[in-house]
Design a binder for this molecule. Structure first.
Ligand SMILES: Cc1cc2nc3c(=O)[nH]c(=O)nc-3n(C[C@H](O)[C@H](O)[C@H](O)COP(=O)(O)OP(=O)(O)OC[C@H]3O[C@@H](n4cnc5c(N)ncnc54)[C@H](O)[C@@H]3O)c2cc1C
Length: 348
């Protein structure tokens, strides 16, 4: 097998998101020669949706990863721009720290950690196949490495797949769809077929993201401010990682009767209600049209305007992900108080 391989490692990690970065750092720290393969080295640790870490259920996970030696907690602490302790009115068992991080600085911070980690190599390539011998049925299936789209082979004793939303991913906006791993990045092809050939069953999940709006086009001064109230609370248990940078506020607005009417009038144009797409989504991440249909008695829903970074012009419109066509989205955003004259930088 070695004869065919450009390079050989103990461990190959496929994917440079939260999961792949932690897996690669952990393997390298254990002394394994490790390679992290990713589709775009400049997009390592890029948070595809809101650059928020923690919150209900997830904050416990971040604390646990930190306790096990992971880096997500200390990076989120260092690059948080707004921190809140959620569920603070209830008992401490359910308190949940949530940090809005600076998207670009968080990614750069992780890239620096990976580059400085001994035993760890970074490679940009699309992994399309797994090199194996034996068979599942025979009980002697063994992995020996990976093959890339352009035909290079890399040997490894173990391969960790952390490919996130990329395997044969598609994005939908209204009735139109496009192959993509996430907005602005290509989908990964090949690996799905390789896994199926090994007898693994594949499924499809859906998620959503709201539009991004230019911060300077929103009348933030007219909206309720939500300042950071937990800048002195940390995900990491290591006092040396207790670093706080400058904090900025989020703001709150609400849906109006006009928002609800526009959505009801155009539900049939969304991928789910129009029947163009059939996939399961995460329970806690409903689109605004789902909320309006499921909670028809509610006259208004809270919407959070969250900056994506200290020097980013973008506001993330939390609670407002939608499958409506792009051409209707600006009109929809402008039904929200404070956003009457907003500029949409990226569609949902
Ligand atoms: C639109 C959208 C909204 C989301 N909203 C939320 C949310 O609200 N809350 C939440 O918790 N999560 C959300 N997610 C899920 C989000 O993907 C995960 O939380 C997180 O990014 C998962 O991290 P990961 O490391 O598993 O994968 P990702 O961050 O997706 O990283 C995958 C990595 O694998 C690489 N890769 C993939 N295939 C290959 C290949 N064949 N060869 C080489 N490299 C490959 C990619 O380049 C990338 O670096 C959302 C995702 C999207 C796209």
């Amino acid at each position: 097998m070695d004869n065919f391989c450009s390079e050989r490692f103990d461990v190959i990690v496929v994917g440079g998101g939260h999961a792949g970065c932690e897996a690669a750092l952990a393997a390298a720290r254990l002394g394994c020669s490790t390679a992290l393969f990713t589709l775009n080295l400049d997009r390592i640790a890029w948070q595809p949706c809101n650059p928020a870490v923690g919150g209900p259920a997830k904050s416990q996970l971040v604390h646990e990863v930190d306790a096990l030696g992971g880096v997500i907690g200390r990076l989120a602490d260092a690059h948080a721009i707004q921190k809140r302790m959620l569920n603070a009115s209830r008992g401490p068992a359910v308190w949940a720290l949530r940090a809005q991080t600076d998207k670009r600085r968080y990614a750069l911070g992780m890239q620096r950690l990976l580059q400085e980690q001994p035993n760890l190599s970074l490679r940009e390539a699309m992994v399309t196949d797994l090199l194996t011998t034996g068979s599942r049925g025979g009980g002697n299936l063994r992995i020996h490495g990976v093959e890339t789209y352009f035909g290079s082979r890399y040997g490894a004793e173990a391969v960790v797949l952390t490919t996130g939303t990329f395997l044969q991913g598609r994005i939908w906006i209204g009735g139109r769809s496009q192959s993509a791993g996430r907005a602005g990045e290509a989908a990964a092809t090949g690996l799905t077929d390789a896994l199926q050939r090994l007898g693994l069953e594949m499924g499809r999940l859906k998620t959503g993201t709201p539009a991004r709006v230019e911060r300077s086009s929103v009348a933030l001064e007219d909206l309720e401010e939500q300042p950071s109230d937990a800048a002195d609370r940390y995900f990491s248990f290591d006092p040396e990682a207790w670093i706080s940078g400058p904090q900025i506020s989020c703001h709150i607005t609400r849906t109006t009767a006009a928002t609800h009417q526009l959505i009801r009038d155009n539900l049939h144009l969304t991928p789910i209600y129009g029947g163009f797409l059939d996939a399961k989504g995460p329970r806690y991440c409903p689109s605004i049209e789902d909320k309006i249909v499921r909670f028809a008695e509610k006259e208004s829903h809270q919407i959070f305007l969250e900056p994506e970074g200290l020097d980013s012009p973008e506001l993330y419109i939390q609670g407002f992900s939608t499958g409506l066509p792009e051409a209707l989205q600006l009109q929809l955003l402008r039904t929200l108080p404070g956003l009457e004259h907003c500029v949409m930088l990226r569609p949902a």
